[in-house]
Design a protein around this ligand. Sequence first.
Ligand code: NDP
Length: 413
Amino acid sequence: MKKFYQLTREERVRALVDSGMLTAGDAELLLADAPLPQATADHLTENQIGQFPLPMGLVRGLRVNGITHDVALVGEEPSVVAAANNGARMALAGGGVTVQVPPHRVAAEVVFADLPDTPNAVRLIRAQTADIKAAAAAAHPSIVRRGGGLQTVTVTTVDDFVKVTLVVDPQQAMGANIVNTIAERVGVLIGGWLHQQPLISILSNYSDDAVVARVDLPVEAVATRHADGATVAKLIARTSDFALLDIDRATTNNKGVMNGIAAATIALGNDYRAVEAGAHAYAARTGRYLPLTRWWVAESRLHGELAVPLKLGVVGGAVGALHRAGLAQRLAGIKTVADAQSILAALGLVQNLAAIRALVGPGIQAGHMHLQAGALAVAAGAVGAEVALLTQQLQDGDKTIARAQSLLHQMRQ
Ligand code: NDP
């Protein structure tokens, strides 16, 4: 009998229906025409049984370093795109967002455990940097030809472990595979010298090279229907002060920052887990989990700053295989990793501004639940024109699934 992974997609879906785990309707849904060509989907995942479409929304007019961008976001949470558009609009009052990007580097660690003579191993490795660089170049010659490759080799001890840190310039790629290839080759080389194989040879998703985005707005830009700009700006700054002291708030603050960044990372066909891991580890780099953003008021202006590492690629990984990722790059005018990093950092900052402004003003639920009503209408079973009608009816009163179903029932009668 064939194993699950050896079946075709149709056979897998049929097997799930035959075992009672899926209905015939589920199978039809999974096997329906889908955006990715089957061969592409097959190569992007194992045990493929279908595709999982998510909506793509657009943030318009995000001004970054003097250039205006349209940024595609892919995700399931209503209000993320609306908030980002709102934030982008407010940032225009200060001329947009300015962003500084550090050189794009990815580090790997080759770690040895239980060596008989740790100090001697450290000395030996430090003396062989040239050989390590030569092995790295031989492991991935094309990245060297492109002007990148291994830049620095550092040897440290962590308790009784020996750690060799390899910092690699992956050029326009995110670099995980490039760096892992180099790390494994270097690991074998050093393992030969030490007569012991490394414990691990792998990239790190940690980096303290942050992309830094800043805005500087007249306080009037954040005025709401109920409060003037100076009042709202002060409340935004105080919320930021509180986040510095309170992990409950800092975590939610950073989730909001990542709402747009993660959604844009997905749209760009990039590894959003790597970006998320890097962001949250950076937030905890001092040993305390801190907000990624800061907001303060000075001379009637609201200042905001976001610092976050963003390991992205504009080639490699799944980027070339996902045609919509190429489309999202073109929409945003992204040609280089630095472009992508600048735009995503700016997005994170303006998204955070819109979220905190809503929080200190009408509350986050007003906008959220307004948009959530659409998802509720669909979840209640509305189809076609019913969706808009039911969404409208849900605006006044409780936004619960029971009420949505009851309204739908009445509508159909
Ligand atoms: P690839 O392995 O696809 O490497 C990128 C390739 O793009 C290079 O080998 C290079 O090949 C080619 N390329 C073309 N033009 C350029 C250019 N201008 N600059 C750089 N490279 C160029 O991808 P990555 O190494 O970027 O790895 C990313 C993938 O790794 C993602 O899918 C990620 O999910 C995954 N991953 C992530 C991990 C993590 O984060 N912990 C762990 C393991 C994998 P050539 O030079 O030969 O043309």
